[in-house]
Write a protein that binds this ligand. Structure first.
Ligand code: GLC
Length: 635
Protein backbone atom coordinates (compact mmCIF):
# COMPACT_ATOMS: atom_id res chain seq x y z
CA UNK A 1 0.00 0.00 0.00
CA UNK A 2 1.47 3.34 -0.93
CA UNK A 3 1.59 6.08 1.65
CA UNK A 4 -1.20 7.95 -0.04
CA UNK A 5 -3.32 4.83 -0.27
CA UNK A 6 -2.83 4.01 3.39
CA UNK A 7 -3.70 7.54 4.35
CA UNK A 8 -6.84 7.30 2.31
CA UNK A 9 -7.65 4.05 4.08
CA UNK A 10 -7.40 5.77 7.43
CA UNK A 11 -9.63 8.55 6.29
CA UNK A 12 -12.22 6.06 5.17
CA UNK A 13 -11.91 4.24 8.45
CA UNK A 14 -12.29 7.39 10.47
CA UNK A 15 -15.63 7.78 8.84
CA UNK A 16 -16.87 4.29 9.62
CA UNK A 17 -15.46 3.81 13.08
CA UNK A 18 -17.85 5.19 15.67
CA UNK A 19 -16.09 7.96 17.52
CA UNK A 20 -18.28 8.27 20.56
CA UNK A 21 -15.82 6.51 22.83
CA UNK A 22 -13.00 8.72 21.77
CA UNK A 23 -11.43 10.90 24.41
CA UNK A 24 -10.03 14.33 23.88
CA UNK A 25 -6.32 13.74 23.37
CA UNK A 26 -5.23 17.33 23.89
CA UNK A 27 -3.52 17.17 27.19
CA UNK A 28 -0.92 19.70 28.08
CA UNK A 29 2.22 17.68 27.87
CA UNK A 30 4.44 20.44 26.64
CA UNK A 31 6.63 20.33 29.73
CA UNK A 32 6.98 16.61 29.41
CA UNK A 33 8.08 16.39 25.83
CA UNK A 34 8.73 19.97 24.93
CA UNK A 35 11.36 19.14 22.36
CA UNK A 36 9.35 16.48 20.67
CA UNK A 37 6.22 18.42 20.20
CA UNK A 38 7.17 20.42 17.19
CA UNK A 39 4.69 19.73 14.45
CA UNK A 40 6.18 17.85 11.57
CA UNK A 41 4.54 16.21 8.67
CA UNK A 42 3.46 12.72 9.50
CA UNK A 43 1.35 10.23 7.70
CA UNK A 44 -1.31 9.69 10.25
CA UNK A 45 -2.15 9.65 13.90
CA UNK A 46 -4.00 7.15 15.96
CA UNK A 47 -6.01 8.02 19.00
CA UNK A 48 -6.98 5.46 21.48
CA UNK A 49 -10.23 5.31 23.27
CA UNK A 50 -9.09 6.19 26.65
CA UNK A 51 -10.54 6.78 30.06
CA UNK A 52 -13.98 5.35 29.59
CA UNK A 53 -12.55 1.89 29.23
CA UNK A 54 -9.33 2.30 31.14
CA UNK A 55 -10.94 3.46 34.32
CA UNK A 56 -12.72 0.19 34.70
CA UNK A 57 -10.63 -1.50 37.33
CA UNK A 58 -12.97 -4.45 37.41
CA UNK A 59 -11.64 -5.53 34.04
CA UNK A 60 -7.97 -4.85 34.47
CA UNK A 61 -6.78 -7.19 31.75
CA UNK A 62 -9.20 -6.28 29.03
CA UNK A 63 -7.32 -4.60 26.30
CA UNK A 64 -9.00 -1.39 25.28
CA UNK A 65 -7.68 -1.04 21.78
CA UNK A 66 -10.45 -2.84 19.97
CA UNK A 67 -12.12 0.38 18.96
CA UNK A 68 -9.16 2.34 17.74
CA UNK A 69 -10.27 5.43 15.89
CA UNK A 70 -8.22 6.89 13.11
CA UNK A 71 -7.95 10.59 12.55
CA UNK A 72 -6.13 12.65 10.09
CA UNK A 73 -3.66 14.50 12.27
CA UNK A 74 -4.01 17.65 10.25
CA UNK A 75 -7.37 18.35 11.80
CA UNK A 76 -5.60 19.01 15.10
CA UNK A 77 -3.29 21.74 16.06
CA UNK A 78 -2.07 20.12 19.27
CA UNK A 79 0.61 17.55 19.63
CA UNK A 80 -0.44 14.00 19.87
CA UNK A 81 0.29 12.03 22.91
CA UNK A 82 -0.91 8.65 23.92
CA UNK A 83 -2.75 9.12 27.16
CA UNK A 84 -5.12 7.43 29.48
CA UNK A 85 -6.96 9.44 32.06
CA UNK A 86 -7.25 7.85 35.45
CA UNK A 87 -9.10 9.22 38.42
CA UNK A 88 -6.93 8.45 41.39
CA UNK A 89 -3.21 8.40 41.74
CA UNK A 90 -3.20 5.13 43.65
CA UNK A 91 -5.08 3.41 40.88
CA UNK A 92 -2.86 4.61 38.10
CA UNK A 93 -0.91 1.49 37.46
CA UNK A 94 -3.95 -0.65 37.84
CA UNK A 95 -2.23 -2.38 40.73
CA UNK A 96 -4.42 -2.85 43.76
CA UNK A 97 -3.19 -2.22 47.30
CA UNK A 98 -3.05 -5.96 47.67
CA UNK A 99 -0.69 -6.10 44.70
CA UNK A 100 1.48 -3.39 46.21
CA UNK A 101 1.68 -5.34 49.46
CA UNK A 102 2.60 -8.43 47.52
CA UNK A 103 5.18 -6.56 45.53
CA UNK A 104 6.77 -5.12 48.69
CA UNK A 105 6.96 -8.56 50.14
CA UNK A 106 8.75 -9.88 47.09
CA UNK A 107 11.20 -6.99 47.32
CA UNK A 108 11.73 -7.65 51.01
CA UNK A 109 12.39 -11.27 50.39
CA UNK A 110 14.79 -10.38 47.62
CA UNK A 111 16.72 -8.01 49.83
CA UNK A 112 16.68 -10.52 52.66
CA UNK A 113 18.17 -13.00 50.25
CA UNK A 114 20.82 -10.58 49.18
CA UNK A 115 22.49 -10.72 52.59
CA UNK A 116 22.59 -14.48 52.60
CA UNK A 117 25.59 -15.90 50.80
CA UNK A 118 24.18 -18.90 49.03
CA UNK A 119 26.77 -21.41 48.04
CA UNK A 120 24.87 -23.40 45.47
CA UNK A 121 21.48 -24.36 44.19
CA UNK A 122 20.91 -26.80 47.04
CA UNK A 123 21.34 -24.02 49.54
CA UNK A 124 18.89 -21.92 47.61
CA UNK A 125 16.37 -24.72 47.79
CA UNK A 126 16.88 -25.02 51.55
CA UNK A 127 16.40 -21.32 51.92
CA UNK A 128 13.22 -21.33 49.91
CA UNK A 129 11.90 -24.12 52.08
CA UNK A 130 12.55 -22.00 55.15
CA UNK A 131 10.74 -19.15 53.47
CA UNK A 132 7.85 -21.41 52.57
CA UNK A 133 7.58 -22.62 56.14
CA UNK A 134 7.62 -18.99 57.27
CA UNK A 135 4.73 -18.50 54.94
CA UNK A 136 2.90 -21.51 56.42
CA UNK A 137 3.54 -20.26 59.95
CA UNK A 138 2.15 -16.91 59.00
CA UNK A 139 5.49 -15.14 59.61
CA UNK A 140 5.14 -13.71 56.17
CA UNK A 141 1.87 -12.12 55.22
CA UNK A 142 -0.81 -14.24 53.64
CA UNK A 143 -0.69 -12.39 50.37
CA UNK A 144 2.67 -13.96 49.78
CA UNK A 145 1.17 -17.44 49.77
CA UNK A 146 0.85 -17.62 46.04
CA UNK A 147 4.47 -16.85 45.41
CA UNK A 148 6.27 -20.09 45.09
CA UNK A 149 9.94 -20.14 45.87
CA UNK A 150 10.52 -23.81 45.31
CA UNK A 151 13.00 -23.54 42.53
CA UNK A 152 15.02 -21.16 40.46
CA UNK A 153 12.34 -21.37 37.83
CA UNK A 154 9.64 -20.34 40.27
CA UNK A 155 11.77 -17.50 41.49
CA UNK A 156 12.29 -16.41 37.88
CA UNK A 157 8.53 -16.41 37.26
CA UNK A 158 7.93 -14.33 40.35
CA UNK A 159 10.56 -11.84 39.28
CA UNK A 160 9.25 -11.71 35.73
CA UNK A 161 5.73 -11.00 36.94
CA UNK A 162 7.16 -8.36 39.28
CA UNK A 163 8.72 -6.62 36.29
CA UNK A 164 5.42 -6.20 34.44
CA UNK A 165 4.56 -2.60 33.60
CA UNK A 166 0.93 -1.50 33.48
CA UNK A 167 -0.64 1.20 31.46
CA UNK A 168 -4.02 2.16 32.82
CA UNK A 169 -4.46 -1.20 34.40
CA UNK A 170 -3.35 -3.22 31.41
CA UNK A 171 -0.08 -5.12 31.30
CA UNK A 172 1.93 -3.77 28.38
CA UNK A 173 5.53 -4.77 28.88
CA UNK A 174 8.31 -5.53 31.32
CA UNK A 175 10.78 -3.12 32.85
CA UNK A 176 14.43 -3.70 31.79
CA UNK A 177 15.74 -4.24 35.33
CA UNK A 178 14.24 -4.10 38.78
CA UNK A 179 16.83 -4.19 41.48
CA UNK A 180 15.14 -3.14 44.73
CA UNK A 181 18.52 -2.17 46.20
CA UNK A 182 19.77 0.05 43.42
CA UNK A 183 19.21 3.73 42.96
CA UNK A 184 21.30 3.93 39.79
CA UNK A 185 18.58 2.88 37.37
CA UNK A 186 19.64 5.04 34.38
CA UNK A 187 17.08 4.11 31.72
CA UNK A 188 16.63 0.56 32.96
CA UNK A 189 13.25 1.59 34.38
CA UNK A 190 11.88 1.62 30.84
CA UNK A 191 10.29 -1.05 28.70
CA UNK A 192 12.84 -1.84 26.00
CA UNK A 193 11.41 -3.35 22.82
CA UNK A 194 14.28 -5.80 22.33
CA UNK A 195 14.36 -6.73 26.03
CA UNK A 196 10.66 -7.52 26.02
CA UNK A 197 10.98 -10.20 23.32
CA UNK A 198 12.06 -13.02 25.67
CA UNK A 199 9.51 -11.80 28.25
CA UNK A 200 6.82 -11.87 25.59
CA UNK A 201 7.84 -15.33 24.43
CA UNK A 202 7.82 -16.62 28.00
CA UNK A 203 4.28 -15.29 28.49
CA UNK A 204 3.16 -16.74 25.17
CA UNK A 205 4.56 -20.14 26.06
CA UNK A 206 2.68 -19.93 29.36
CA UNK A 207 -0.56 -19.17 27.51
CA UNK A 208 -0.70 -15.58 28.77
CA UNK A 209 -1.39 -13.71 25.57
CA UNK A 210 -2.83 -10.38 26.74
CA UNK A 211 0.43 -8.71 27.67
CA UNK A 212 1.95 -9.56 24.29
CA UNK A 213 -1.09 -8.38 22.38
CA UNK A 214 -1.10 -5.13 24.33
CA UNK A 215 2.61 -4.64 23.81
CA UNK A 216 2.26 -5.17 20.06
CA UNK A 217 -0.62 -2.74 19.71
CA UNK A 218 0.67 0.00 21.99
CA UNK A 219 4.16 0.03 20.53
CA UNK A 220 2.54 0.24 17.13
CA UNK A 221 0.97 3.50 18.24
CA UNK A 222 4.40 4.80 19.16
CA UNK A 223 5.70 4.05 15.69
CA UNK A 224 4.06 7.13 14.29
CA UNK A 225 5.37 9.40 16.99
CA UNK A 226 7.08 12.57 15.95
CA UNK A 227 10.71 12.04 16.66
CA UNK A 228 13.40 14.63 16.20
CA UNK A 229 16.96 15.24 17.10
CA UNK A 230 18.13 18.81 16.60
CA UNK A 231 15.39 19.44 14.04
CA UNK A 232 16.04 16.23 12.12
CA UNK A 233 13.66 13.33 12.14
CA UNK A 234 14.35 9.75 11.11
CA UNK A 235 12.11 7.83 8.73
CA UNK A 236 8.50 6.98 9.40
CA UNK A 237 8.20 3.44 10.62
CA UNK A 238 10.97 3.57 13.18
CA UNK A 239 10.03 1.86 16.43
CA UNK A 240 11.35 3.27 19.70
CA UNK A 241 14.18 1.65 21.62
CA UNK A 242 12.13 1.91 24.78
CA UNK A 243 9.20 3.62 26.40
CA UNK A 244 8.11 4.62 29.83
CA UNK A 245 4.71 5.01 31.43
CA UNK A 246 4.62 8.41 33.09
CA UNK A 247 2.01 9.79 35.43
CA UNK A 248 1.22 13.43 34.86
CA UNK A 249 -1.35 15.76 36.38
CA UNK A 250 -4.48 16.00 34.36
CA UNK A 251 -4.82 19.39 32.76
CA UNK A 252 -7.27 21.59 34.62
CA UNK A 253 -8.10 19.02 37.28
CA UNK A 254 -5.87 18.94 40.38
CA UNK A 255 -7.51 15.87 41.80
CA UNK A 256 -6.78 13.65 38.84
CA UNK A 257 -3.81 12.37 36.95
CA UNK A 258 -3.30 10.57 33.75
CA UNK A 259 -0.78 8.14 32.35
CA UNK A 260 1.14 8.82 29.21
CA UNK A 261 3.42 6.64 27.16
CA UNK A 262 6.71 8.37 26.53
CA UNK A 263 8.88 6.69 23.91
CA UNK A 264 12.60 7.06 23.34
CA UNK A 265 13.69 6.74 19.72
CA UNK A 266 17.27 7.45 20.51
CA UNK A 267 16.75 11.15 20.96
CA UNK A 268 17.45 10.73 24.67
CA UNK A 269 19.46 7.52 24.53
CA UNK A 270 23.11 7.53 25.46
CA UNK A 271 24.86 8.23 22.16
CA UNK A 272 21.63 9.17 20.36
CA UNK A 273 21.44 5.96 18.36
CA UNK A 274 18.36 4.91 16.42
CA UNK A 275 17.25 1.39 17.34
CA UNK A 276 17.06 -0.35 13.98
CA UNK A 277 16.38 -3.72 15.60
CA UNK A 278 13.18 -2.66 17.42
CA UNK A 279 10.87 -2.81 14.41
CA UNK A 280 12.44 -6.05 13.23
CA UNK A 281 11.90 -7.70 16.62
CA UNK A 282 8.35 -6.33 16.69
CA UNK A 283 7.53 -8.16 13.45
CA UNK A 284 9.10 -11.37 14.77
CA UNK A 285 7.06 -11.16 17.97
CA UNK A 286 3.88 -10.43 16.03
CA UNK A 287 4.28 -13.65 14.06
CA UNK A 288 5.11 -15.61 17.21
CA UNK A 289 1.97 -14.21 18.86
CA UNK A 290 -0.22 -15.38 15.98
CA UNK A 291 1.38 -18.80 15.79
CA UNK A 292 1.23 -19.41 19.52
CA UNK A 293 -2.19 -18.00 20.36
CA UNK A 294 -3.91 -18.88 17.10
CA UNK A 295 -5.31 -15.34 17.13
CA UNK A 296 -4.56 -14.01 13.66
CA UNK A 297 -6.91 -11.08 14.06
CA UNK A 298 -4.11 -8.88 15.40
CA UNK A 299 -1.83 -9.29 12.40
CA UNK A 300 -4.79 -8.87 10.06
CA UNK A 301 -5.81 -5.47 11.46
CA UNK A 302 -5.45 -2.58 9.04
CA UNK A 303 -3.26 -0.59 11.41
CA UNK A 304 -1.00 -3.58 12.07
CA UNK A 305 -0.67 -4.31 8.36
CA UNK A 306 0.24 -0.65 7.81
CA UNK A 307 2.76 -0.86 10.66
CA UNK A 308 4.45 -3.84 9.03
CA UNK A 309 4.58 -2.03 5.69
CA UNK A 310 6.04 1.10 7.25
CA UNK A 311 8.88 -0.90 8.77
CA UNK A 312 9.49 -2.68 5.48
CA UNK A 313 9.46 0.56 3.52
CA UNK A 314 12.04 2.04 5.81
CA UNK A 315 14.27 -1.01 5.42
CA UNK A 316 13.74 -1.51 1.70
CA UNK A 317 14.16 2.13 0.68
CA UNK A 318 16.70 2.67 -2.07
CA UNK A 319 19.92 4.32 -1.05
CA UNK A 320 23.49 4.53 -2.23
CA UNK A 321 24.42 1.09 -1.06
CA UNK A 322 25.63 -1.64 -3.43
CA UNK A 323 25.01 -4.39 -0.88
CA UNK A 324 21.65 -6.05 -0.12
CA UNK A 325 22.51 -5.91 3.57
CA UNK A 326 21.05 -3.11 5.70
CA UNK A 327 23.44 -0.19 6.22
CA UNK A 328 23.27 1.08 9.79
CA UNK A 329 25.22 3.12 12.30
CA UNK A 330 27.18 1.81 15.25
CA UNK A 331 25.06 0.91 18.25
CA UNK A 332 21.79 0.35 16.42
CA UNK A 333 21.01 -3.02 18.00
CA UNK A 334 21.62 -4.96 21.21
CA UNK A 335 25.13 -3.53 21.18
CA UNK A 336 23.90 0.00 21.58
CA UNK A 337 27.11 1.91 21.95
CA UNK A 338 30.24 2.29 19.88
CA UNK A 339 31.86 -1.06 19.25
CA UNK A 340 32.91 -0.70 15.62
CA UNK A 341 29.88 -2.46 14.20
CA UNK A 342 28.64 0.31 11.90
CA UNK A 343 28.11 -0.74 8.32
CA UNK A 344 26.44 -4.08 7.80
CA UNK A 345 26.54 -5.86 11.16
CA UNK A 346 25.46 -9.48 11.16
CA UNK A 347 22.93 -9.08 14.00
CA UNK A 348 20.90 -6.54 12.02
CA UNK A 349 21.11 -8.62 8.84
CA UNK A 350 19.85 -11.72 10.63
CA UNK A 351 16.94 -9.82 12.17
CA UNK A 352 16.22 -8.10 8.87
CA UNK A 353 16.04 -11.46 7.11
CA UNK A 354 13.65 -12.79 9.76
CA UNK A 355 11.48 -9.70 9.58
CA UNK A 356 11.23 -10.04 5.79
CA UNK A 357 10.25 -13.70 6.06
CA UNK A 358 7.75 -13.12 8.85
CA UNK A 359 6.23 -10.11 7.10
CA UNK A 360 5.83 -12.08 3.88
CA UNK A 361 3.91 -14.68 5.84
CA UNK A 362 1.63 -12.11 7.48
CA UNK A 363 0.94 -9.53 4.79
CA UNK A 364 -2.57 -9.88 3.49
CA UNK A 365 -2.63 -9.93 -0.30
CA UNK A 366 -4.06 -6.81 -1.85
CA UNK A 367 -3.51 -4.90 -5.05
CA UNK A 368 -1.35 -2.21 -3.58
CA UNK A 369 1.18 -4.56 -2.01
CA UNK A 370 2.42 -6.33 -5.16
CA UNK A 371 5.42 -4.00 -5.56
CA UNK A 372 6.33 -4.30 -1.92
CA UNK A 373 6.16 -8.09 -2.06
CA UNK A 374 8.31 -8.15 -5.17
CA UNK A 375 10.93 -5.94 -3.53
CA UNK A 376 10.76 -8.09 -0.41
CA UNK A 377 11.30 -11.32 -2.33
CA UNK A 378 14.18 -9.93 -4.31
CA UNK A 379 15.82 -8.71 -1.16
CA UNK A 380 15.40 -12.06 0.55
CA UNK A 381 17.21 -13.85 -2.25
CA UNK A 382 19.97 -11.28 -2.54
CA UNK A 383 20.45 -11.08 1.20
CA UNK A 384 20.69 -14.80 1.80
CA UNK A 385 23.06 -15.17 -1.11
CA UNK A 386 25.28 -12.32 0.12
CA UNK A 387 25.47 -13.54 3.73
CA UNK A 388 25.95 -17.21 2.93
CA UNK A 389 28.58 -16.48 0.36
CA UNK A 390 30.58 -13.57 1.74
CA UNK A 391 30.11 -13.68 5.51
CA UNK A 392 30.89 -17.36 5.88
CA UNK A 393 34.23 -18.39 7.23
CA UNK A 394 35.80 -21.70 8.18
CA UNK A 395 39.30 -23.09 7.96
CA UNK A 396 39.06 -23.75 4.23
CA UNK A 397 37.68 -20.32 3.46
CA UNK A 398 40.23 -18.66 5.72
CA UNK A 399 42.94 -20.34 3.71
CA UNK A 400 41.38 -18.99 0.51
CA UNK A 401 41.40 -15.46 1.93
CA UNK A 402 44.99 -16.00 3.08
CA UNK A 403 45.93 -16.62 -0.55
CA UNK A 404 43.77 -13.83 -2.02
CA UNK A 405 45.08 -11.72 -4.87
CA UNK A 406 44.26 -8.06 -4.35
CA UNK A 407 43.48 -5.06 -6.57
CA UNK A 408 41.43 -7.11 -9.01
CA UNK A 409 39.55 -4.81 -11.32
CA UNK A 410 37.03 -6.96 -13.15
CA UNK A 411 33.53 -8.34 -12.96
CA UNK A 412 35.00 -11.76 -12.30
CA UNK A 413 37.13 -10.79 -9.31
CA UNK A 414 37.47 -13.51 -6.71
CA UNK A 415 38.39 -11.02 -4.01
CA UNK A 416 35.40 -8.77 -4.71
CA UNK A 417 35.80 -6.54 -1.68
CA UNK A 418 39.56 -6.19 -2.00
CA UNK A 419 40.37 -7.79 1.32
CA UNK A 420 44.07 -7.78 2.20
CA UNK A 421 45.12 -11.13 3.62
CA UNK A 422 47.08 -9.34 6.34
CA UNK A 423 43.73 -8.57 7.96
CA UNK A 424 43.57 -12.15 9.18
CA UNK A 425 44.57 -11.62 12.79
CA UNK A 426 46.88 -14.06 14.54
CA UNK A 427 44.13 -14.90 17.07
CA UNK A 428 41.91 -16.19 14.28
CA UNK A 429 44.52 -18.47 12.78
CA UNK A 430 44.82 -20.18 16.16
CA UNK A 431 41.17 -19.99 17.08
CA UNK A 432 39.41 -21.41 14.03
CA UNK A 433 38.66 -25.06 14.80
CA UNK A 434 39.16 -27.81 12.23
CA UNK A 435 35.48 -28.61 12.45
CA UNK A 436 33.08 -25.69 12.52
CA UNK A 437 32.76 -22.19 11.16
CA UNK A 438 30.75 -19.01 11.55
CA UNK A 439 29.41 -15.88 9.91
CA UNK A 440 31.71 -12.92 10.40
CA UNK A 441 30.52 -9.79 12.17
CA UNK A 442 30.60 -7.34 9.29
CA UNK A 443 31.71 -6.88 5.72
CA UNK A 444 32.75 -3.61 4.12
CA UNK A 445 34.96 -2.73 1.19
CA UNK A 446 38.49 -3.81 2.17
CA UNK A 447 37.32 -4.87 5.60
CA UNK A 448 36.13 -8.07 7.18
CA UNK A 449 35.28 -7.91 10.87
CA UNK A 450 36.32 -11.40 11.91
CA UNK A 451 34.91 -11.18 15.43
CA UNK A 452 32.36 -13.86 16.31
CA UNK A 453 29.02 -12.27 17.29
CA UNK A 454 26.72 -14.73 19.05
CA UNK A 455 23.31 -13.24 18.41
CA UNK A 456 23.78 -12.79 14.66
CA UNK A 457 25.08 -16.32 14.26
CA UNK A 458 22.40 -17.93 16.41
CA UNK A 459 19.59 -16.03 14.77
CA UNK A 460 20.91 -16.97 11.30
CA UNK A 461 20.49 -20.58 12.39
CA UNK A 462 16.99 -19.96 13.70
CA UNK A 463 15.74 -18.30 10.51
CA UNK A 464 17.70 -20.42 7.99
CA UNK A 465 19.72 -17.50 6.74
CA UNK A 466 22.64 -19.87 7.24
CA UNK A 467 22.44 -23.09 5.22
CA UNK A 468 21.84 -26.33 7.07
CA UNK A 469 25.52 -27.20 6.77
CA UNK A 470 26.57 -23.77 8.02
CA UNK A 471 24.09 -23.97 10.89
CA UNK A 472 25.58 -27.23 12.11
CA UNK A 473 29.05 -25.78 11.71
CA UNK A 474 28.10 -22.80 13.90
CA UNK A 475 26.97 -25.16 16.67
CA UNK A 476 30.14 -27.24 16.12
CA UNK A 477 32.17 -24.11 16.67
CA UNK A 478 30.31 -23.28 19.88
CA UNK A 479 31.08 -26.77 21.14
CA UNK A 480 34.70 -26.59 20.04
CA UNK A 481 35.19 -23.18 21.64
CA UNK A 482 33.16 -23.90 24.76
CA UNK A 483 35.66 -22.50 27.24
CA UNK A 484 35.79 -19.21 25.30
CA UNK A 485 32.11 -18.77 24.47
CA UNK A 486 30.26 -20.48 27.29
CA UNK A 487 32.86 -20.73 30.05
CA UNK A 488 31.33 -20.09 33.49
CA UNK A 489 28.25 -18.27 32.22
CA UNK A 490 26.65 -18.43 28.77
CA UNK A 491 27.03 -16.63 26.44
CA UNK A 492 29.77 -14.28 25.19
CA UNK A 493 28.17 -11.49 23.23
CA UNK A 494 31.18 -11.51 20.91
CA UNK A 495 34.67 -12.92 20.74
CA UNK A 496 37.42 -11.81 21.19
CA UNK A 497 37.53 -8.49 23.05
CA UNK A 498 38.98 -5.33 21.57
CA UNK A 499 42.11 -4.53 23.55
CA UNK A 500 44.80 -1.85 23.81
CA UNK A 501 44.94 0.68 21.04
CA UNK A 502 42.17 -1.05 19.13
CA UNK A 503 39.87 -0.59 22.14
CA UNK A 504 40.93 3.07 22.45
CA UNK A 505 40.27 3.87 18.81
CA UNK A 506 37.19 1.76 18.16
CA UNK A 507 35.24 2.32 21.37
CA UNK A 508 36.57 5.81 22.02
CA UNK A 509 38.19 4.51 25.23
CA UNK A 510 34.75 3.58 26.57
CA UNK A 511 35.17 2.68 30.25
CA UNK A 512 32.02 0.57 30.20
CA UNK A 513 33.29 -1.48 27.26
CA UNK A 514 36.70 -2.39 28.60
CA UNK A 515 38.09 -5.72 27.35
CA UNK A 516 36.00 -8.76 28.40
CA UNK A 517 33.25 -6.60 29.82
CA UNK A 518 29.74 -5.54 28.71
CA UNK A 519 29.50 -5.41 24.89
CA UNK A 520 33.22 -5.94 24.51
CA UNK A 521 33.14 -9.73 24.95
CA UNK A 522 31.14 -9.78 28.17
CA UNK A 523 28.84 -12.74 28.82
CA UNK A 524 25.08 -12.20 28.57
CA UNK A 525 22.69 -14.75 30.09
CA UNK A 526 19.90 -13.19 28.02
CA UNK A 527 21.40 -14.93 24.98
CA UNK A 528 20.47 -18.33 26.40
CA UNK A 529 17.08 -18.37 24.73
CA UNK A 530 18.36 -17.66 21.25
CA UNK A 531 20.94 -20.40 21.71
CA UNK A 532 18.21 -22.76 22.83
CA UNK A 533 16.02 -22.08 19.80
CA UNK A 534 18.98 -22.57 17.46
CA UNK A 535 19.94 -25.87 19.12
CA UNK A 536 16.37 -27.14 19.02
CA UNK A 537 16.07 -26.23 15.36
CA UNK A 538 19.20 -28.24 14.54
CA UNK A 539 18.01 -31.10 16.71
CA UNK A 540 20.89 -30.66 19.13
CA UNK A 541 19.06 -29.53 22.27
CA UNK A 542 21.63 -31.15 24.55
CA UNK A 543 24.00 -28.24 23.83
CA UNK A 544 21.42 -25.78 25.14
CA UNK A 545 20.57 -28.02 28.08
CA UNK A 546 24.23 -27.98 29.11
CA UNK A 547 24.39 -24.19 29.00
CA UNK A 548 21.20 -23.88 31.04
CA UNK A 549 22.72 -26.17 33.65
CA UNK A 550 25.82 -23.97 33.80
CA UNK A 551 23.71 -20.83 34.16
CA UNK A 552 21.68 -22.43 36.96
CA UNK A 553 24.79 -22.90 39.08
CA UNK A 554 24.96 -19.22 39.85
CA UNK A 555 22.47 -17.02 38.03
CA UNK A 556 19.95 -16.86 40.87
CA UNK A 557 22.64 -16.69 43.54
CA UNK A 558 24.19 -13.77 41.64
CA UNK A 559 20.79 -12.05 41.45
CA UNK A 560 20.19 -12.42 37.73
CA UNK A 561 22.87 -10.05 36.43
CA UNK A 562 22.67 -8.30 33.11
CA UNK A 563 26.16 -9.46 32.12
CA UNK A 564 29.37 -11.04 33.40
CA UNK A 565 32.98 -9.92 32.97
CA UNK A 566 36.36 -11.55 32.36
CA UNK A 567 37.54 -14.04 29.78
CA UNK A 568 35.89 -16.91 31.56
CA UNK A 569 32.89 -14.92 32.78
CA UNK A 570 33.87 -15.33 36.40
CA UNK A 571 32.76 -11.96 37.75
CA UNK A 572 29.41 -10.26 37.79
CA UNK A 573 29.83 -7.33 35.37
CA UNK A 574 31.41 -4.18 36.76
CA UNK A 575 28.41 -1.99 36.02
CA UNK A 576 25.95 -4.80 35.53
CA UNK A 577 22.37 -4.25 36.62
CA UNK A 578 20.94 -6.95 38.88
CA UNK A 579 17.52 -8.54 38.46
CA UNK A 580 17.81 -7.83 34.75
CA UNK A 581 14.53 -8.91 33.21
CA UNK A 582 15.82 -10.41 29.97
CA UNK A 583 18.32 -12.53 31.90
CA UNK A 584 15.34 -13.88 33.84
CA UNK A 585 13.04 -14.25 30.84
CA UNK A 586 15.79 -15.71 28.64
CA UNK A 587 16.35 -18.42 31.20
CA UNK A 588 12.63 -19.14 31.43
CA UNK A 589 12.19 -19.36 27.67
CA UNK A 590 15.07 -21.85 27.51
CA UNK A 591 13.52 -23.99 30.23
CA UNK A 592 10.08 -23.91 28.63
CA UNK A 593 11.40 -24.76 25.19
CA UNK A 594 13.63 -27.55 26.40
CA UNK A 595 10.61 -29.01 28.16
CA UNK A 596 8.58 -28.84 24.95
CA UNK A 597 10.86 -28.30 21.93
CA UNK A 598 7.98 -28.32 19.44
CA UNK A 599 6.99 -24.88 20.75
CA UNK A 600 10.17 -23.42 19.25
CA UNK A 601 8.29 -23.40 15.94
CA UNK A 602 6.76 -20.06 16.80
CA UNK A 603 10.22 -18.56 16.32
CA UNK A 604 11.79 -20.75 13.68
CA UNK A 605 11.57 -20.16 9.94
CA UNK A 606 12.53 -23.07 7.76
CA UNK A 607 14.49 -22.87 4.54
CA UNK A 608 12.27 -21.64 1.73
CA UNK A 609 12.73 -23.93 -1.28
CA UNK A 610 12.13 -21.12 -3.77
CA UNK A 611 14.77 -19.02 -2.08
CA UNK A 612 17.12 -21.98 -1.99
CA UNK A 613 16.68 -22.56 -5.72
CA UNK A 614 17.19 -18.91 -6.49
CA UNK A 615 20.30 -19.07 -4.34
CA UNK A 616 21.67 -22.09 -6.20
CA UNK A 617 21.17 -20.49 -9.59
CA UNK A 618 22.66 -17.22 -8.39
CA UNK A 619 25.68 -18.82 -6.76
CA UNK A 620 28.69 -17.44 -8.55
CA UNK A 621 30.89 -20.21 -7.24
CA UNK A 622 29.59 -22.24 -10.18
CA UNK A 623 30.06 -19.42 -12.61
CA UNK A 624 31.41 -16.05 -11.64
CA UNK A 625 29.95 -13.72 -14.17
CA UNK A 626 28.04 -10.51 -14.22
CA UNK A 627 25.59 -11.77 -16.82
CA UNK A 628 24.75 -14.82 -14.84
CA UNK A 629 24.02 -12.77 -11.73
CA UNK A 630 21.83 -10.33 -13.61
CA UNK A 631 19.65 -12.98 -15.13
CA UNK A 632 18.99 -14.72 -11.88
CA UNK A 633 17.85 -12.29 -9.27
CA UNK A 634 18.09 -8.66 -10.11
CA UNK A 635 14.58 -7.55 -10.99
C1 GLC B 1 21.81 -1.89 27.47
C2 GLC B 1 21.98 -2.95 26.40
C3 GLC B 1 20.78 -3.01 25.50
C4 GLC B 1 19.53 -3.24 26.35
C5 GLC B 1 19.42 -2.17 27.43
C6 GLC B 1 18.29 -2.44 28.40
O1 GLC B 1 21.76 -0.63 26.91
O2 GLC B 1 23.12 -2.67 25.64
O3 GLC B 1 20.93 -4.04 24.56
O4 GLC B 1 18.41 -3.23 25.54
O5 GLC B 1 20.61 -2.11 28.19
O6 GLC B 1 18.49 -3.65 29.04
Amino acid sequence: MSLSTSKAAFQVLSRVVPQSGYNEPFVNTSQLRAKCMKKKSSMHRYFIESSSVFQSQSRPHRFPLTGVSFYDYKTYSHPWLQTCKCQKAENLSGITSNDVEKSNLVSNVMSAKSVVELQDVELLKQETEVLSSDVRNGTIAKSFDKISLNSIEDEAWDLLRESVVYYCGNPIGTIAAKDPNSSNVLNYDQVFIRDFIPSGIAFLLKGEYDIVRNFILYTLQLQSWEKTMDCHSPGQGLMPASFKVRTVPLDGDDSATEEVLDPDFGEAAIGRVAPVDSGLWWIILLRAYGKCSGDLSVQERVDVQTGIKMILKLCLADGFDMFPTLLVTDGSCMIDRRMGIHGHPLEIQALFYSALLCAREMLTPEDGSADLLRALNNRLVALSFHIREYYWIDLKRLNEIYRYKTEEYSYDAVNKFNIYPDQISPWLVEWMPNKGGYLIGNLQPAHMDFRFFSLGNLWSVVNSLATEEQSHAILDLIEAKWSDLVADMPLKICYPALEGQEWQIITGSDPKNTPWSYHNAGSWPSLLWQLTVACIKMNRPHIAAKTVEIAERRISRDKWPEYYDTKRSRFIGKQSQLYQTWSIAGYLVSKLLLADPSKANILITEEDSELANAFISANPRGKRGRKNMKQTYIV
